[in-house]
Design a protein around this ligand. Sequence first.
Ligand code: C2O
Ligand code: CU
Length: 498
Amino acid sequence: MLKKAFLLVISVSLNFVFLYGCNKSTNDLTPSSGTATTSTTTTTSSTYNDLWIPPTITGKTFDLTLAKSSKQLRTGAKTATYGYNGTEFWGPTLIMNKGDFVQMNVTNNLSETTTTHWHGFHIPAIMDGGPHQMIEPNTTWKPSFEIKNNAGTYWYHPHLHEKTFQQLTYGAGGLIIIKDPIESALALPRTYGTDDIPLVLTSRRYNSDNSFTTTEHAYGDYAMSNGTHNAQISLPKQFVRFRILNAETERAYNLGFSDNRSFYVITNDGGLLDAPVEVTRVKLAVGERAEILVDLSKDAVSTSLDMKAYNANQEFGFGGSEPQTNGQFGSLLNNKDFTVLHINVKAATVNAITSLPAKLTTNIYWKESDATSTRTIRITGGQAGSAFTFDNNTYGFTTINQTVKLNAVEKWTIVNNNIFGHSFHIHDIQFKIVSRSSGAIANYESGWKDTFYIRTGETVSVVAKYDDFASSTNPFMYHCHFPNHEDAGLMGQFLVIQ
Ligand code: C2O
Ligand code: CU
């Protein structure tokens, strides 16, 4: 909800009439050939496309090359995209082990500058891949660092100031899976693509030539899971794990299953919860991840169910709750329940996981009383004609907004104004949410977090220790994870100093 560019609103509205006024049908999203499913199960519909599962790279050396690509996403012309390592959209899933020293080699084969940020990683600021670590066209950036994070689902994405929205929209990004001995010792589904499913949720809006709309707008019109519209997958009759990332611009997801079955949240952004948390819905704001387990063992083979975003009737400020269907803050998906993944049940695999671990790990979280210092950051601006800011300061490339002492345990209190909800992210550390002025902290967000949803009018406090990495010159970022908001200046910088 960036309150500016009224002319843009008008032009987007006109585009909308032009694009969508006369020939809409869901079949427009079915590729003309090739990728439509040929599966023969009775419940499989030809209007679905098979969920793309990103390839993996495992080891200690990770070579990534970002380049232009294209993908058949709609009938007619292919859509111009970005992908890492020759993918048609998005990038490979990187699988690494806690404790390893990894070498990252990121080559930029675009004709524009990019950066690659390792979202959620606890690494030195100069390795972080934020706006300062620019990768010029036809060059390779080679950071290396120790993996200090817990097992969990992380991600990488461009973070070039004022270009993040556009490069993400084209598809630049990828998941990272960290493994560690604690997670590996648990009886959890972990066969990638079989019972351990990466699921990157976003949406896109199109121009009449099938290019993605990259003028400023908050929401896509068509749900996209792993770069696939109308996605379906066949899953075995057993416990299945999903590693879900909200990779949207502004839309939040209130996820559940079409029969309202319970499922279990097992991780937050920074790793395992102490025990699985049973839910029927989980909310994920932009940049947040959760791993969930769902029990398909009682489902009959050839039946189907849907994972859905139950986004109808959310509170004002929940991204995508707006009633309008077009314009800068409108979308065909707004204020609707919609499917993100159609699931067909097939026979169990050998060695299927058929029960839920009672206990996952033992986390020692920071408490409010552990904080040795506190600071308050206010989300300001956002009135008609002005962008959102922190503490009335727009982002400055050379401005240091906060200075933290190495090894401090700090409580950061984020105060939202009354305009809209946001997704707040801090680099470098994983924190614990210790209070929400709107009420209780949901059990499913009780673990280690690096990103959280902050409601309209809400104040949220988080506690973290800023350990290991100090630099008097290289800052870390904190920002709203809506890429259009961070690009417009809702971002600040902090130094961790000796
Ligand atoms: Cu996912 Cu500062 O970013
Ligand atoms: Cu925001």
